[in-house]
Structure formats: structure tokens, C-alpha cells
Design a protein around this ligand. Structure first.
Ligand code: FAD
Ligand code: NA7
Length: 572
């Protein structure tokens, strides 16, 4: 059995969240290790290497804000970033800050247990390594655990079968008969990218989507220079907005303008591109007012009708109901259905009955013969990676058990009662936004909490408010890897605080999130956002719908008011 490795902090996950958290805690002179079950850094962008993978946040905001030199000089030249570019960007950050030496890959957290006597977590991994950190920061990703529907006969298929979130490098689809199940953001991207190269493409669609053009193109000359001049304000605006997508959300109700003006506003948004822009920069009430929503929805339906030439395909692709899922945008999705080699199957009319060795069999008996089946079926989002493994708190209960009745709950989307010094990045009931700015906000808050907890080393008493002046440096080994290794050298023993939220704080936050989304049409529409996309999963409120600016205020309020909502224990 391997010896236990004592650490100040263990960060799990090597995406946007884990990378920044690792850097921040190293900067705080703590001994830190990062693990990921992936083979390298990148998180989402390591796993999702399917053709067409692209961020639908514009390039200027799908990155970290804190490295000003990198912000202004790192090369990109289109309005949106392709998956491989984002992966390269993250790996460049890792290189720039020498983070690789602190990371261990192909290492999955399988179990974690809080030990009250030691004031540490015991973390077991798939490789047999056991870590004993004082702080466990989980950056497991909210769109990371695959949803792989269990379709009868799946194991009998003679061809290749791939989930988009586990795309094999270099898979060549040229000349193949390909079936894609799913048409969410991922399905739309992969379908658009492969339609022109495959022999035949059959899209198995359960629910038609509302998608608008992304507006992706090269940025014009002078764009970067202008942005570089304004970057400070650009981030300020984003962090003080609802969705942090880089535009002012509209305050204009849909019916405050006449029909002609409305049409003009939608048309301009369609031409400009961007799913969030179309929904939130045009009018303020599309996501909660039924009549306003129908105006936006019917505009998109008319566009689909104009684009798709075959009336039967157009009928199948036509969405009905609310436009109230995560807004999508594309680089020519509906246009692909004008190709003779691309068809769509409406799974509500003819459900899949089973997968056979030759392909996919429908309820009408027809078998679509295929060489490759692509599952673009999304994720067990938000809590999926947490309930999959056994993370057990003070009382021995797992997070899964803690969440069994009410659904995934937390205080601030970050911490959970009875799980001391465990901090989640993008945990349940965090803000629904462009994610890097929210991730940064959470990483910085978690780093502040850990700083406070560490000051317990040089202080007595558990009152954090008494710890703010004159704290001495804690003398931990710095982040260059020295002192890591087995034994206690990597994490100096002494007093530290264990921080966990009170049950009341968790309840209040949960109630707030419930109230904030009560009127949202998103909540009345099945999708991963409210946990209603996976068979057997109980729908639940999983996001804070008051936006990033309000969220940042709430976190500041906690820090300025003696860690309001947190209990503190001293551990020696
Ligand atoms: P991730 O990048 O998901 O990283 C989590 C890591 O944790 C993974 O590498 C995983 O292997 C690891 N992990 C999980 N469980 C364990 C375990 N038990 N042990 C060890 N390791 C574990 N967001 C936007 O804001 N804008 C976009 O345009 C956008 N586009 C997206 C497109 C796609 C195709 C997908 C899938 C997501 C997109 N997202 C987008 C969301 C995206 O996930 C976030 O923007 C961001 O990348 C999340 O970073 P993260 O570090 O929190 O998690
Ligand atoms: P999504 O948005 O959850 O889309 C998944 C798609 O897969 C969607 O069309 C689903 O249909 C379909 N699906 C799921 N299960 C099945 C089964 N059993 N049978 C047929 N079709 C199924 O995931 P994405 O990966 O596209 O996007 C997730 C987020 O990642 C996205 O919002 C971005 O933020 C990035 P449904 O619509 O549920 O009827």
C-alpha cells in the first residue's frame, strides 16, 4: 500500500477551474497537487475533441482575465474559438506558470472521506495514491460526466460508436455512413462540421432546437488593438453583468416596440450572431414572458422555414414550445439539411427501438444502416461527477446521500454542510453565465477562504474576524514541488480552520435559487439546466439565476462579514 501524501490542498480537475485554482494556491505558498482522470490539462477541451467543437462565448471573453499581458498578446483572429485553440490556450497558461510539475494525470478521485480527528481529507484514487489534504477543491466540471443512454442492443453494433465527449483523436469519417443521436449544442456543431465529408448522415432528433447564427468570421483589422485599449473596462462590464457574455443585457420589454421595430431588432441580432445576444441583448423578457418568448421563437421558426428547402425535413426540424434552453448558435446547421446526403429522423414520430449489428432500428421497423454512431447526448450535468464517486463528509454520509431528497444543494454553489474544507468550483446553484468569469470569481473566493483558514495556524480561537490583522506568513513550503511527497513534509502541521456552511445558510441559498428561477421559462422546459435530460434523474434547481454581478456582491458580503454563513472549527 502506498504511503499517504500530506498536502495543504488537493485540486481535482484540470480545466479552467483547476488550472487557476492550482496557480492561486501555489501563489499562496501552499503545497498543492492537482489530479485529473484525463491524460492532460484542458478539462472540457481535452475530452470534447469532436469535429466542430467551438466555444459559443466570443473569443475575447472565453479566457482568464487576470493575465493582462497574455490577454493582449495571445493570438486569436476569429470571433469564436475552436476547441483545439482553447486547449492550446489552456496548455499555454500551464506552461507560462510552470504548473505541469504539480499535476498528476490518469488519476481519478474515487473516494474521499473527511477525518475530523486530523482535520484533513483522505482522498483515494484509481492509481492507489492516497492524499491527505487539509483542503479539497473539486473542479470536476458541470458538463463533464457523459450521458450515454442505454439503448437496447447497443453492444451488438458492428461499427464504431463514440460519445462526443470521448472523441478519439484522428477519427476519419470521410466516406462513412454516420448516425448522430442528439441535436443540442454539441449535436448541432458536429452535424454542421461533418455533413460535407460523410457519405451519408442521419440525424436522430428527439426535440427540434432553436438555433441562430453564431456570426463567426475573422475579426476585422484594428479589432484586437481596440479591444486591447478597452480590455479593463470590458472585463469590468462582464463581471458586472448578468451573463458575462460581453454585452449589456437589454432592459427593453418585447412589446414596448411595434411589430416592425421588433422584427428589425431580431433581424439585426440574427445578422450579428450569438445565441445569448439573440435572447438577452434584444429584449429583457424573452426568458420569462410567454408572449415575448413566442415572438422570438416564431422569428426563428420563420428563418428555419426559409433556409430548409425540403418541406418534410423543414417540418421535422421546426421547434415548437418555448425558446428556453441554453441559447444555441451555429455556423450553418439548418443549411446542412439541404444536402442530399443529410436526413433527419423525428424520434417522437418513430422512436429508436434498438441498435442492431447493422445500425439503428426505428419503431416502424426501418433499420438505418450505419458505419458509425455518434452519441451527442450530452451530460449528467452539474452534480453528475459528484454523485458518481463517494465523497463522504463529517458524518460519513456521501454527497449523493446529502442530496438525495432535495436535489443538489449548496451554499453559494461552493460548499456543503458537513463537508468541511471542501470547496466546489461550479458546484450546484452557482451562477448561470459565460463560465470563465464565474470560475475566476469562485477560485478567488475559495482562495480567500483558504487564506483565512490557514491563518488559524498562527492564531488561537476560531473567530475568523479576529484573524485579519498581523497574521504571520505560514511558512509552508512553496509551490515548486519541494516538500511534496509522502509523509508530512508537504504540509506543515499546526492549527488550521475547518470551514463549512451552516445548514441554515445552505437552506437560505437553496430557497433563493428556487425563487429566482420560479418564473423562468427555462424551468418549464426540459433540459440539463434543471436536470431533466437524463433518464431517472430527478429534476431540480441547479443554478443561481440572479447573474454574476449579484453573485459577486453576495460573495463579497460573506468575506466582509466574518464569513457569514460559515461555521469554523480549529484543528491542530
Ligand atoms: P471541466 O473543463 O469540465 O474540467 C473538469 C475536469 O475534472 C475534467 O478534466 C475531468 O476529467 C475531471 N474530473 C471529473 N471528475 C473527476 C474525478 N473523480 N477524478 C479526477 N478527475 C475528475 N462554457 C461557456 O461558458 N461558454 C462556452 O461557449 C462553452 N462551450 C462549451 C462547449 C462544450 C462542447 C462543452 C462540453 C462545454 C462548454 N462550456 C462552455 C462549459 C465548459 O465546461 C466550461 O466553460 C469550462 O470549460 C468548465 O471548466 P471546469 O474546469 O469547471 O471543468
Ligand atoms: P444537450 O444540450 O443536453 O443535448 C443532448 C441531445 O441529446 C439533445 O438533443 C437530447 O434530446 C438528445 N438526447 C439525449 N438523450 C437521448 C436519448 N436517449 N435518445 C435520443 N436523444 C437523446 O447536450 P450537448 O452536449 O449538446 O450540450 C450541453 C452543453 O454543453 C451546451 O448547452 C453547451 O453549454 C455546451 P432532447 O433535447 O433532450 O429531447
Amino acid at each position: 500500500m502506498m504511503e499517504h501524501q500530506y498536502l495543504d490542498a488537493l485540486v481535482v480537475g484540470a480545466g479552467f477551474g483547476g488550472i487557476y485554482q492550482l496557480k492561486k494556491l501555489l501563489d499562496q505558498n501552499l503545497s498543492v497537487k492537482l489530479i485529473d482522470m484525463a491524460g492532460d490539462f484542458g478539462g472540457t477541451w481535452y475530452w470534447n475533441q469532436y469535429p466542430g467543437a467551438m466555444s459559443d462565448t466570443e473569443s475575447f471573453l472565453y479566457r482568464y482575465s487576470w493575465d493582462e499581458e497574455d490577454l493582449r498578446s495571445y493570438p486569436w483572429n476569429r470571433y469564436y474559438l475552436q476547441g483545439p485553440e482553447i486547449l492550446a490556450y489552456l496548455q499555454n497558461v500551464v506552461k507560462r506558470y510552470g504548473l505541469r510539475q504539480h499535476a498528476q494525470f490518469n488519476t481519478e478521485l474515487t473516494k474521499a472521506q473527511w477525518d475530523d480527528a486530523e482535520g484533513r481529507w483522505t482522498v483515494e484514487t484509481s492509481t492507489g495514491h492516497i492524499f491527505k489534504p487539509k483542503y479539497l477543491v473539486t473542479a470536476l466540471g458541470l458538463l463533464s460526466r457523459q450521458n450515454f443512454p442505454d439503448i437496447p442492443g447497443i453492444e451488438t453494433f458492428k461499427g464504431d460508436l463514440h460519445h462526443t465527449a470521448r472523441w478519439p483523436k484522428g477519427l476519419d469519417l470521410r466516406g462513412k455512413r454516420v448516425g448522430v443521436i442528439g441535436n443540442g449544442s454539441t449535436g448541432v456543431q458536429v452535424i454542421t462540421a461533418i455533413a460535407k465529408e460523410v457519405e451519408q448522415l442521419v440525424c436522430f432528433q428527439r426535440t427540434p432546437q432553436y438555433s441562430v447564427p453564431s456570426g463567426d468570421r475573422e475579426v476585422p483589422p484594428g479589432y484586437r488593438e481596440d479591444l486591447n485599449r478597452r480590455y479593463t473596462e470590458v472585463w469590468q462590464q462582464a463581471k458586472n453583468s448578468m451573463f458575462a457574455f460581453g454585452f449589456e443585457e437589454s432592459t427593453r420589454p418585447t412589446f414596448s416596440v411595434g411589430r416592425e421595430e421588433r422584427e428589425k431588432i431580431f433581424e439585426e441580432a440574427w445578422q450579428k450572431g450569438g445565441g445569448f445576444r439573440f435572447m438577452f441583448e434584444t429584449f429583457c423578457d424573452i426568458s420569462y414572458d410567454e408572449a415575448a418568448n413566442e415572438e422570438a421563437a416564431s422569428f426563428i421558426r420563420r428563418k428555419i422555414g426559409e433556409i430548409v428547402k425540403d418541406p418534410e425535413k423543414a417540418r421535422k426540424l421546426m421547434p415548437s414550445g418555448y425558446h428556453a434552453r441554453r441559447p444555441l448558435c451555429d455556423t450553418g446547421y439548418y443549411q446542412q439539411f439541404n444536402r442530399d446526403n443529410v436526413d433527419v429522423v423525428d424520434l417522437k414520430e418513430t422512436p429508436i427501438t434498438r441498435i442492431t449489428p447493422a445500425g439503428i432500428e426505428l419503431s416502424n421497423g426501418h433499420v438505418c444502416e450505419l458505419d458509425v454512431i455518434v452519441f451527442a447526448t450530452g451530460f449528467d450535468a452539474v452534480d453528475g461527477n459528484y454523485t458518481r464517486v463517494a465523497i463522504r463528509g463529517r458524518d460519513g454520509n456521501s454527497l449523493k446521500e446529502h442530496w438525495a431528497e432535495v436535489g443538489p444543494t449548496s451554499y453559494l454553489g461552493i460548499s456543503v454542510p458537513d463537508f468541511p474544507n471542501m470547496f466546489m468550483i461550479l458546484g450546484p446553484n452557482g451562477p448561470f453565465t459565460n463560465l470563465p468569469p464565474t470560475i475566476e470569481t469562485q477560485v478567488e473566493f475559495i482562495s480567500d477562504l483558504i487564506e483565512v483558514a490557514e491563518q488559524g495556524l498562527t492564531r488561537t480561537g476560531s473567530n475568523v474576524s479576529g484573524l485579519t490583522d498581523g497574521a504571520e506568513p505560514n511558512g509552508h513550503v512553496n509551490g515548486d514541488g519541494q516538500g511534496e511527497g509522502t509523509g508530512e513534509a508537504g504540509s506543515k502541521r499546526g492549527q488550521h480552520l475547518a470551514l463549512e456552511p451552516t445548514r441554515e445558510a445552505e437552506e437560505e441559498w437553496t430557497d433563493l435559487c428556487d425563487k429566482l428561477s420560479a418564473n423562468s421559462l427555462f424551468r418549464k422546459t426540459d433540459s440539463w439546466i434543471f436536470g431533466s435530460n437524463v433518464a431517472g434523474k430527478k429534476p431540480a434547481v441547479m443554478f443561481y439565476f440572479a447573474g454574476l454581478a449579484n453573485y459577486r456582491k453576495a460573495l463579497k458580503d460573506v468575506l466582509e462579514n466574518d464569513l457569514k454563513g460559515f461555521k469554523q472549527y480549529v484543528h491542530v
